[in-house]
Design a binder for this molecule. Structure first.
Ligand SMILES: CSC[C@H]1O[C@@H](n2cnc3c(O)ncnc32)[C@H](O)[C@@H]1O
Ligand SMILES: [Zn+2]
Length: 439
């Protein structure tokens, strides 16, 4: 990489996330060819690079873009369609029938465009998606200029997308082949959950993931019923079954992981697994509270996810950070549980680590992609500000996001969307699908 910057971001505060607990004042992030070239004091940057295009962020905190470790992006089109139900009633009575009637490549493309716009505006630069028709999702994320990791989904039952395990895997792997080498699109293997995928298929997923060196993205231990049903049907709890089938390893991302005993926390740590903690979805579906602080204490990588807009109903990492911290405090009775600096790390670098992408994204370090977010702290409700990290978690919301960059390219500038798809077009798409879904 040349040492001449092509973009300078001069910020009041920079929170690089690594080293942990650092907040720099009046620093500059220098960008070259979409990557972070240097993080240095502003005076020095202005002297070293006098002619370079610069963005002034005088009241802003600049930090790495969020990594949303679990989302079903296209479900943006089902936001609010089935509220106030527990997981299995929500899935069986509302969501799966609606998906069966409406999900198509067009649905996924349009829903993912809507979701990508929402996520980027809220400072999310990478997401780990799990949904049908990943080829349509890949097109939408590419069009939006967002970094995305797409699941090769597998279910034991047929859907309009695929007929059986072979079909799901064949279709997902073909899409992966088509997008191989794309700088912003990556793939996981995504068996939906232990209760929707049989043993033979799970074994195949484990072998395939090892062969093609891909993360495994799966919902686990979300509800008490999931655990008790597994004991009835398989004689063991889901995680024991997954361990026996060879799924647990450093490439394993277990989503939710709400109902875990101490042995299971140790098991996840032993295998180097990661967890996608989705506090808002878990609260809304009354699934419970995942032991996020205990998992972290045991050495498990814990990132944060929004889940889909039909169970949250936002894709908002500010809300996830705040809920993660507050939920950890209320469930432990310990106000020191999951402080602001830790949840910010979970929302950025830990998510990147779970995806095996910590060498590329998740912190502001030279050589990493310039995926960045700036939050303006110059409004009455954000003043005074003694600690910008505390403000990111306990005060600010996505309405305070002013700038977002992916690979050093602006996607949001002073609050204005620079996306290829206009807001007018996004609103039109949402209206078209709203009409279809109610008929
Ligand atoms: C195979 S595509 C993903 C599949 O998962 C469903 N889903 C959405 N949120 C959840 C959740 O919290 N737990 C389990 N399953 C969920 C989604 O509707 C798709 O059918
Ligand atoms: Zn989910």
């Amino acid at each position: 990489m040349s040492d001449i910057a092509d973009l300078l971001l001069h910020a009041r505060w920079v929170v690089p996330v690594e080293p942990h607990g650092t907040t720099l004042e009046h620093h500059t992030v220098a960008v070259r060819d979409g990557r972070i070239l240097a993080l240095l004091p502003q005076e020095e940057a202005r002297r070293l690079y006098p002619q370079v295009q610069a963005v002034e962020l005088p009241h802003h905190v600049l930090f790495p873009g969020f990594v949303n470790l679990h989302v079903h992006a296209a479900m943006a089109l089902m936001r609010g369609i089935a509220d106030d139900l527990p997981l299995m009633r929500w899935l069986q009575e509302a969501i799966w029938p609606t998906e069966g009637r409406h999900v198509s490549p067009a649905f996924v493309r349009d829903g993912t465009l809507l979701a990508a716009a929402e996520m980027l505006r809220g400072g999310i630069t990478t997401c780990n998606d799990m949904y049908f028709y990943p080829e349509a999702a890949a097109q939408a994320f590419d069009e939006a200029g967002m970094r995305a990791v797409l699941g090769t989904v597998v279910l034991a039952f047929p859907t309009p997308y695929a007929s059986d395990a072979d079909d799901y895997l064949r279709k997902g792997l073909a899409v992966r082949d088509q997008w191989r080498g794309h700088p912003r699109i990556d793939f996981t293997l995504a068996p939906h959950a232990p209760y929707t995928v049989d043993d033979d298929t799970l074994k195949r997923v484990a072998a395939l993931a090892a062969e093609i060196e891909t993360p495994i993205h799966i919902h686990i231990h979300e509800t008490v019923q999931e655990v008790t049903d597994s004991i009835t049907q398989h004689g063991v709890r889901p995680l024991t079954r997954l361990e026996r089938l060879g799924l647990l390893g450093a490439n394993f991302i277990g989503v939710h992981a709400v109902h875990l005993d101490e042995t299971e926390i140790a098991l996840l740590a032993h295998h180097g697994c990661a967890v996608a903690h989705c506090p808002t979805s878990n609260m809304k579906l009354a699934s419970g509270a995942a032991p996020a602080a205990a998992l972290r204490a045991a050495g498990v990588t814990v990132g944060l996810g929004t889940d889909g807009a039909a169970s949250n109903n936002r894709m908002d990492m500010f809300a996830e950070m705040r809920h993660a911290s507050l939920l950890a405090k209320v469930t432990s009775g310990d106000a020191t549980a999951l402080p602001a600096s830790e949840v910010l790390r979970m929302a950025t670098l830990e998510g990147a680590r779970a995806l095996g992408m910590a060498e590329r994204i998740g912190s502001i370090e030279p050589g990493k992609q310039a995926d960045l977010c700036a939050v303006a702290l110059d409004t009455p409700e954000t003043r005074p500000c003694f600690d910008p990290v505390s403000h990111l978690v306990y005060v600010a919301g996505r309405e305070h996001v002013s700038h977002v960059w992916v690979d050093g390219e602006a996607r949001l500038d002073k609050g204005k969307s620079l996306l290829q798809t206009s807001d007018k077009e996004l609103l039109r798409l949402a209206a078209v699908w709203q009409t279809k879904l109610v008929n």
